[in-house]
Ligand binder design. Structure first.
Ligand code: NAD
Length: 503
């Protein structure tokens, strides 16, 4: 991909308010540099209070008419948006690679996984149907309707700049709500492009707005009395804060947070397939996926496969995401790289063997990039109590642990505070079934390293990985973005009354 070494011109990111990109009057800006070479890409405003208020007012105003737009029309807007995203996947992917660093293949995947949620939003009519029960009393039936909540908001992380905004706004909007989105301040480009595509798809002005910034924008979203629900995806510090502050303000909040995903490899697994799956899921996207594998628990004789994992990982090519053949791109920022390296160092000091060391990896021509090569820690000391094991490194760092039995492996996985995802590699149906039933994690893979559900199902999570009562997308999305039926017993009674009056 022929990217210039330096971006030709740094530009200022706009807010997106009332259907148009509007320049910000911010006095504080966040510089975004390409993670591969620090070339300036753009500046992101910390949107002013007046701009954030304007975004919410616009969404509130738009709600009064958007909620009454026939569901078929809302669904047609989603069909159009789906087509535009498909047509412009390459443009979106290129901007993600430049700004966020991931390889072009990963960036295309980022767009595609979000596109699948838009496809779900196209079928919003069927998803929103309520329930009916006739004859609950003489001359009286009960109906449940799903009414939109109002203005919803989304707060996004850096690691999936297209997919995560698309987890949020299409379903909320298709359900008749309006939306204020705050993308990651580290890579807002894809979210801005998606907002403008949604407008082009026919979304009325004000239905989708975008504001920018860090903590102050987040607190504004939590506190604004006109915002009724918040979808958050990101780390635990922010997620716990948003859940506490948002729910205290009476909002519905769903908070998908951090992870420490273990894979268990049994000795009866298909060796090459298991090894290659572990390598891909640990180091792909530079380990910056919430479903990345960061601990491999090798059971019994599978302990001997560690050398295959090290050999395979050491063959991965590290470099800028736009270069052909690159497997592992840079980490998002210098601080993220330094933190990952520090966690490795602390663990080494605590007795871990660094059997593959990607610290200080040399990438020709990109010496200033935030690169960490695949790194593997092993040895008896690796386990609970060691910082690279306990913390979510969110980088290309894998801990290898060896245990004697499946029972020990399950105990180890379940002792982890996070519960985002986990996988097992085995040819035994009985072992797979036992694992599936005994493990505490939201997503469980059997011979699948990254078990992310398709959008007909919900993306879940347990333990410290999730706060809230309603998960993202799937059937649960209609609950997040609509009031629950309890509200509509009132409607049902009125309807029963009408029927009585008519009879
Ligand atoms: P982050 O928590 O640093 O940032 C996420 C959002 O929260 C950003 O919009 C940011 O502006 C805001 N924010 C950050 N710190 C804040 C604070 N202290 N107070 C208020 N707001 C704050 O996360 P990130 O580094 O962008 O993304 C990586 C994290 O996201 C990882 O922990 C990863 O596991 C998690 N993640 C989880 C899922 C999931 O579905 N469970 C999916 C993707 C990423």
């Amino acid at each position: 991909m022929p990217y210039p070494q330096r971006h030709p011109r740094q530009f200022d990111v706009c807010n997106f308010i009332d259907g148009e990109a509007r320049e910000s009057a911010a006095t504080s800006w966040i510089d975004i540099n390409s993670p591969a070479n620090q070339a300036p890409v753009c500046r992101v405003p910390r949107s002013t209070s007046a701009e954030m208020e304007a975004a919410v007012s616009s969404a509130k105003e738009a709600f009064s008419s958007w909620r009454d737009v026939p569901v078929q029309h809302r669904s047609r807007v989603m069909f159009k948006l789906q087509g535009l995203i498909r047509e412009r996947t390459e443009e979106l992917a290129a901007s993600i690679t430049l700004e966020q660093g991931k390889t072009l293949a990963d960036a295309r995947g980022d767009v595609f996984r979000g596109l699948e949620v838009v496809e779900q939003a196209c079928g919003v009519g069927a998803a929103m149907m309520g329930e009916t029960l006739g004859g609950v009393a003489a001359g009286m039936d009960t109906y449940s309707y799903r009414e939109p909540i109002g203005v919803c908001a989304g707060i996004c992380p850096f690691n999936f700049p297209a997919m995560i905004p698309l987890w949020m706004f299409p379903l909320a909007i298709a359900a008749g709500n309006t939306f204020v989105m705050k993308p990651s301040e580290k890579c807002p480009g894809a979210a801005m492009k998606l907002a403008s595509m949604a407008s082009e798809a026919g979304l009325p002005d004000g239905v989708l707005n975008v504001i920018h910034g860090g903590h102050e924008a987040v607190d504004f979203v939590c506190d604004s009395p006109d915002i009724k629900a918040i979808s958050f995806v990101g780390g635990n510090q922010a997620g716990e804060h948003i859940f506490a502050r948002g729910t205290a303000a009476g909002k519905r909040v769903q908070s998908n947070m951090g992870a420490k995903n273990h894979v268990v490899v049994l000795p009866d697994a298909e060796r090459d397939a298991a090894v290659s799956a572990v390598i891909g899921a640990s180091f792909g996207a530079a380990g910056q996926r919430c479903m990345a594998l960061s601990v491999a628990v090798l059971v019994g004789e599978a302990g001997g496969w560690a050398q295959d994992i090290v050999r395979g990982a050491s063959a991965l090519k590290v470099g800028p995401g736009w270069k052909e053949g690159v497997d592992v791109g840079p980490m998002i920022t210098r601080e993220a790289r330094e933190r990952a390296e520090r966690l490795v160092q602390e663990s080494q000091d605590a007795g871990a063997d660094v059997v593959l060391d990607g610290r200080g990896v040399a990438v020709d021509g990109y010496e200033s990039g935030n690169f960490v090569g695949p790194t593997i820690l092993s040895g008896k000391q690796v386990g609970p109590g060691m910082s690279a094991y306990d913390s979510e490194v969110f980088g290309p760092v894998l801990c290898l642990v060896t245990v004697g039995t499946l029972e020990e492996a399950v105990g180890l996985v379940n002792s982890c505070s996070y519960g985002n995802g986990t996988s097992i590699f085995t040819r035994s149906g009985a072992a797979a079934r036992r694992f599936q039933r005994e493990i505490h994690a939201g997503q469980v893979g059997i011979n699948v390293p990254v078990p992310v559900p398709l959008p007909f199902f919900s993306f879940t999570g347990s333990g410290a990985s999730f706060r809230g009562d309603i998960n993202f997308y799937g059937k649960q999305a209609r609950m997040e973005y609509r009031w629950s039926e309890i509200q509509h017993d009132l409607v049902a009674t009125i309807t029963g009354g009408i029927r009585k009056a008519l009879s």
